[in-house]
Design a protein. Structure first.
Length: 238
């Protein structure tokens, strides 16, 4: 996934980039964020299908955001454009270039979350995945669909929103492949996707599908503290 941020305010650009990087890390998305300080700079290298999502400031010196969007649409009719603005005066014009969402300055996390939600299908297409063999079939499971992984003797059970899958791996091997956040090892036999946690009980992690995943007895206080901190900082629920 490739994302472009075009804003002539360096401070706002840095805020947007930071939120995007955190969002992508927390939700197991892969991709790059490219920064541009003007519409001219963005258009100088723009081409069809170069970016999946473009954050575009409306009020910029030189070519403004609406004109930049019109030129983008002449080349790429499908990429998502999210307008950054300090006013809603251009709402009708943005409709003509099929803007996906607005983020009004000053930039707030909740406004970015709302805008990113409008582009959720694009992010889902670019989600990270794990490759496993189940039976005689090789398959890819998007990480965003995994509730948790459970070790069952010589097999790993992947509990996902699309169903259950088993494979012959160790939990250590799975943990390495999953690559850390948003996954957390709360027990010797369990890895949970923190984006799918509903709440924390005294002894268990309650997942959004209703399953209760146990926390390890030894060090349970630290585990609860870690998970509570992750939940409080979670930007976006998938």
């Amino acid at each position: 996934m490739n994302i472009a941020v075009c804003d002539d305010d360096a401070k706002d650009s840095a805020i947007i980039k930071g939120i995007l990087k955190e969002y992508m890390e927390q939700n197991a998305y892969t991709g790059d964020v490219s920064m541009f300080g003007s519409g001219e700079e963005l258009l100088a290298t723009f081409s069809l299908a170069l970016y999946d999502v473009i954050f575009l400031d409306i009020y910029m010196g030189g070519i403004n955001g609406i004109e930049t969007a019109k030129r983008i649409r002449a080349i790429d009719p499908t990429c998502a454009i999210i307008f950054i603005t300090s006013s809603g005066d251009h709402s009708l014009e943005s409709y003509s270039v099929r803007g996906s969402a607005y983020v009004v300055k000053p930039i707030k996390d909740e406004d970015m979350q709302s805008a990113l939600f409008q582009c959720r299908d694009i992010f889902l297409r670019n989600a990270r995945y794990i490759e496993i063999r189940t039976g005689r079939t090789d398959m890819r499971i998007p990480l965003i669909k995994i509730f948790y992984v459970e070790s069952q003797a010589n097999y790993m059970l992947f509990r996902t929103s699309a169903g259950d899958y088993t494979t012959r791996l160790t939990l250590d091997e799975v943990e390495k492949q999953l690559g850390g956040r948003p996954f957390y090892r709360c027990h010797e036999s369990y890895l949970v996707n923190t984006n799918h946690i509903s709440r924390l009980d005294v002894n268990d992690v309650i997942m959004k599908n209703g399953d209760a995943v146990p926390m390890r007895k030894n060090g349970r206080t630290g585990i609860r503290s870690d998970l509570a901190a992750l939940l409080s900082s979670r930007m976006f629920e998938v």
